[in-house]
Design a protein around this ligand. Structure first.
Ligand code: SAH
Ligand code: SF4
Ligand code: F3S
Length: 455
């Protein structure tokens, strides 16, 4: 179908989109397309898009304008595929605005993109498919790990309808992947050298509820038994479904990383209720308490929105104070962005953009200060890290990450590799001592390997 043709993919948005792009790449490669990292030489450009904030869509319009410019200047003709959440939202409207888009493939249509491309090539009629549901999950044997790490989607869609969020409208309702397929997928990935996986879903804690399959905690337990697999992470947890029972069970599992990403969104109960989040600050704090009690040493990161309609300075101060009380390790911080469909769009009490911007900056100050304090407390500590890649800035250093998800630039011990202390590279686990901090990155030195190994 695509024999010898080159494709280029650019991806916006969340980890789910990054993982979807890998699936799209495999489905194109199966039909003979070859991936290129140079958009200019591509015959097909796939833009995998995000709709969550207005800014995310504006970047894509910018890219479409760029490709239009190339076409006008007579550069090579290329078929543009618009995929992902913005494609789902706009459908044919996207092609009315940008007639150069050959294929609009909504979020349930990723694996059929090669088919739509050949339809377009035969007829020259633009294709737009946005019917939601009937998702196809990629086959276990089609999963391509990226080095030692792999994303594993366990649940698609979202049924929560937080009042600020467009995701349920562009991704459809929750749909869990059968647990047998997940374990087969992880087995296959581990056979191909994967040592770390990240389970993906908009609300992983709802796993199995739509299909009557095993629960999220059961799934973690099963994956924990897979030999060869070292670290299991998951994104994203929803505080309303993350309860003490799950935490107690996680605390008994050796491979589940002690790093939890648990979006708070706001520190004010009044705002949380308007956001339709389904939990109170009291509940959130009870989760943190349970993590302290059952897990002990863990990292916790979060997402926060400022400037939600009606948010007062009092509400915002509550967010700051909950932030400090929990002592988050890091946060993604956002200014509320009004989106189509969302219930919050009907609320009066829009926050002045300058006020929202000021709150965002105050919040970021607290995030940076807290992170810095936490990082400083690690100085002198020893920990195990997973080597991710060679540092581009300094070839004698490696970039690695801790179980808590912190980045460490580390120097290996000197000397030649021996049987006691073999050479290491991406995918290896080593012990380092944290010796410094630069910006957000920790700096560490490898602890003598022969000691580490004989310990
Ligand atoms: N499913 C995940 C998050 C998905 S979107 C969860 O429930 O936590 C990622 C983050 O984008 C959200 O956590 C939220 O903080 C932010 N976000 C979503 N809609 C937004 C909007 N309209 N304006 C600003 N931020 C938004
Ligand atoms: Fe959006 Fe809420 Fe669903 Fe997360 S849980 S994707 S914030 S609706
Ligand atoms: Fe992800 Fe953006 Fe879609 S955050 S689910 S790519 S709207």
């Amino acid at each position: 179908m695509g024999k010898g043709k080159r494709f280029f993919i650019e991806t916006y948005g969340c980890e789910m989109n990054k993982s979807d792009s890998l699936d799209i790449a495999v489905s194109l490669e199966r039909q003979g397309y070859v991936r290129t990292s140079d958009a200019l030489e591509a015959d097909v450009v796939v833009i995998n898009t995000c709709s969550v904030r207005r800014h995310a869509e504006q970047r894509v319009y910018g890219r479409l304008g760029y490709y239009r410019g190339l076409k006008k200047s007579g550069r090579k003709d290329r078929a543009i595929v618009l995929a992902g959440c913005m494609a789902q939202r706009l459908g044919r409207e996207a092609q009315r605005r940008f007639p150069e888009i050959a294929v609009v493939a909504g979020t349930s249509h990723n694996l059929r993109i090669p088919l739509y491309l050949s339809e377009y090539q035969n007829t020259k009629i633009p294709v737009a498919k946005t019917k939601l549901g009937g998702y196809e999950f990629s086959r276990p044997e089609d999963r391509r790990p990226e080095g030692h790490h792999a994303w594993v989607t366990i649940i698609k869609g979202c049924s929560n309808y937080c009042s600020y969020c467009i995701v349920p409208y562009v991704r459809g309702p929750e749909l869990s992947k059968p647990s047998g397929d997940i374990t087969a997928e992880v087995d296959a990935l581990v056979d191909r050298g994967v040592t770390e996986i990240t389970l993906l879903g908009q609300n992983v804690n709802a796993y199995g509820k739509d299909s009557g399959d095993i629960s999220f905690a059961d799934l973690l337990e099963r994956l924990d038994h897979i030999s060869g697999l070292r670290w299991i992470r998951f994104l994203t947890s929803h505080p309303k479904d993350f309860d003490v029972d799950v935490i107690r069970r996680i605390s008994g599992l050796g491979k589940v990383c002690r790093h939890f990403h648990l979006p708070l969104q706001s520190g004010s109960d009044r705002v949380l209720s308007l956001m339709n989040r389904g939990y109170s600050i009291r509940h959130y704090m009870s989760i943190v308490e349970a993590l302290n009690r059952f897990v002990g040493d863990f990292a916790i990161t979060t997402d926060i929105i400022v400037g939600f309609p009606t948010e007062t300075d009092e509400d915002f101060k509550k967010t700051l104070s909950v932030y400090e009380e929990v002592g988050f390790d890091d946060a993604f911080t956002y200014r509320y962005s009004k989106r189509p469909h969302i219930a919050a769009g009907a609320l009066d009490g829009e926050v002045d953009p300058a006020v929202a911007q000021d709150r965002l900056e105050r919040l970021i100050d607290v995030v940076r200060r807290t992170e810095d304090e936490k990082n400083r407390s690690l100085l002198g500590e020893e920990c195990e890290v997973l080597v991710v890649k060679k540092s581009r800035k300094n070839p004698s250093e490696f970039l690695a990450k801790t179980e808590h998800g912190k980045l460490v630039a580390c120097r290996p011990t000197g000397g030649r590799p021996t049987a006691d202390a073999p050479a290491f590279g991406p995918g290896s686990f080593i012990r380092v001592r944290i010796e410094g901090i630069s910006g957000k990155t920790l700096r560490g030195s490898e602890v003598l390997r022969r000691y580490a190994l004989s310990d």
